[in-house]
Design a protein around this ligand. Structure first.
Ligand SMILES: Cc1cc2nc3c(=O)[nH]c(=O)nc-3n(C[C@H](O)[C@H](O)[C@H](O)COP(=O)(O)OP(=O)(O)OC[C@H]3O[C@@H](n4cnc5c(N)ncnc54)[C@H](O)[C@@H]3O)c2cc1C
Length: 477
């Protein structure tokens, strides 16, 4: 039995903690905040409740596996999962609307043909075939296995090059797919919106970001009753059942080294805790820049400051019932001054005071450095959300705006890291789970296979596999 210290109680770190405890290790989580969940938070006021992080789950298989491997009750016995159908409504800049069904390729093709004109659906379907090729080429190394010792092959673009005349013409950015292959401004906007929702600018995101719409449209989008915070509750409860100890309001300030390997952590206040392994679920760049980890690779991280994005979230408390025809998720595409926003309207009694009120969450991706007047940006977000919620202005009781600074308070970094992507010369491959210091491991969105609920959950599985099975560990499935 090893003593294992986990830094942070985010979802990736908790996924690792539960698995390590089941393998017989003594696991203690030190969390700098007063609660678990990190980004997966909840804001509550006057009987209204809002997810302040993700509002939908993709690839629930990652959490199904966690619950199967760590106890008797399955994920579905611990939380109520429902598929969101339609998966999303899109309102384009010209006012065109389309509802995309959940996980139905044929339904999506038909819906796009009906809304955007004959041929649009087929073009999207052909694109998804190519996106699937990129997914098949990268799925294992980029999601289900530890990062290979030599990640160089993953720096190459896996999205298939198309023939232009006699030559194959490589596609290097997602925006190029829109312009060259989709050739319809609204289809291109649809593709762009997927990239933005994971925090990537389509102008710079590699073509391999095509795996993101492929993943969502193939495996579906799921809501957790009570809000996504209920998933964090369930993972925390699972950790507690497996005797993982949690110490809150205990920021880790230092990773201790002895004889060339991690030997424990130093807490604020001077206390030290010895350990055989340290698993860090805290943002890797912050660990480096705050000198929690003090070795030479620190220089690898400034790129995140340049390309990183965050989120602004506006929680809207509305009077009046949610209309029967409302959809769960609407993406309102940018038009003029209005930014692209995702509007979530869960039909869930647990998140509203009564049937005569409604909780609505509006999210936009912004540059991490976006400071300034959050309220005026929120005004534009609410104006956009009006396209998804009839009578929004008249129904508004109050709103609560959350900025990148709130994200920093919840997680330790204002940036929200996206999933690992191949291509882009390897710039979007995060830190490996095995750190350069033996005995120190990285889990969570800042490490392989990157950010997002499913990916971070997978990082926990990979770290636990590497610690428990050692160098021979090849993957979690
Ligand atoms: C606003 C927002 C919207 C998002 N939307 C989506 C979405 O739509 N879909 C999706 O899949 N994902 C989304 N995400 C990302 C997703 O929530 C995360 O990738 C996921 O929750 C995994 O987080 P994590 O494991 O990296 O830990 P985090 O949630 O980042 O938590 C890190 C934890 O470590 C703690 N910590 C930091 N430093 C220290 C220290 N020195 N000592 C002790 N503890 C420390 C923090 O307090 C925090 O609890 C969103 C995130 C945010 C913030």
């Amino acid at each position: 039995m090893a003593r294992i210290v986990v830094i942070g109680a985010g979802l990736g770190a908790m996924a690792a903690a539960a698995r390590l405890a089941v393998a017989g290790h003594r696991v203690t989580v030190y969390e700098r905040g007063a609660t678990y969940g990190g980004a997966v938070g909840r804001f509550e006021r006057d009987g209204f409740a809002f997810d302040t992080g993700p509002g939908l789950l993709h690839l629930p298989a990652v959490y199904r596996d966690l619950f199967v491997k760590t106890g008797k009750e399955s994920l579905e016995e611990c939380v109520t999962l429902t598929q969101v159908d339609p998966a999303s409504r899109h309102v384009f800049a010209d006012g065109t609307r389309v509802d995309l069904p959940n996980a139905s390729r044929a339904g999506t093709v038909a819906a796009l043909d009906a809304a955007l004109g004959a041929g649009a659906g087929e073009r999207w379907g052909d694109f998804l075939v190519r996106a699937r090729e990129a997914w098949d080429r990268t799925r294992r190394p980029l999601l289900e296995e530890p990062q290979p010792a030599d990640p160089a092959p993953l720096a190459r673009e896996p999205y298939p090059a198309l023939k232009a005349g006699l030559l194959r013409r490589p596609t290097t950015t997602l925006a190029q797919i829109g312009a060259r292959e989709l050739r319809e401004p609204r289809l291109a906007a649809l593709l762009d919106a997927y990239a933005w929702s994971y925090g990537f600018d389509p102008a710079t995101a590699p073509a391999s970001a095509a795996v993101l719409p492929y993943m969502e449209q193939t495996f579906g989008s799921w809501y957790v009753a009570g809000g996504l915070r209920a998933l964090a509750d369930a993972v925390y409860e699972r950790c507690r059942k497996r005797r993982v100890e949690f110490v809150f309001e205990a920021p880790v300030e230092e990773v201790l080294e002895k004889d060339g390997r991690a030997a424990g952590v130093g807490l604020a206040g001077g206390e030290t805790v010895e350990a055989d392994h340290v698993v860090s679920g805290a943002p890797v760049p912050v660990l480096y820049s705050d000198q929690v980890i003090g070795w030479e690779r620190q220089d690898d991280w400034p790129r995140h400051q340049e390309i990183g994005t965050s989120r602004v979230t506006v929680c809207l408390a509305l009077r009046g019932p949610r209309e029967a025809t409302a959809v769960h998720r609407t993406v309102v595409h940018a038009a003029g001054e209005r930014p692209t926003v995702t509007v979530l309207r869960p039909d869930d009694p647990a998140v509203r005071p009564d049937a005569d009120h409604e909780s609505v969450t509006v999210t936009a991706t912004v540059a991490t450095s976006a400071g300034g007047d959050g309220e005026s940006f929120a005004d534009r977000m609410v104006a956009a959300a009006g396209q998804a919620v009839p009578g929004l202005r008249e129904r508004l009781l109050w709103r609560h705006v959350r900025t990148p600074e709130d994200v920093r308070r919840d997680t330790g970094s204002a940036e929200v890291p996206g999933p690992a992507l191949a291509g882009a010369r390897g710039l979007l491959l995060p830190a490996a789970n095995r750190s350069p210091l033996p005995g120190l491991w990285f889990a969570g969105g800042w490490s392989h296979p990157g950010g997002g609920l499913a990916h971070a959950g997978m990082s926990g599985a990979l770290v636990a596999g590497l610690i428990v099975e050692g160098d021979g560990f090849r993957g979690s499935q």
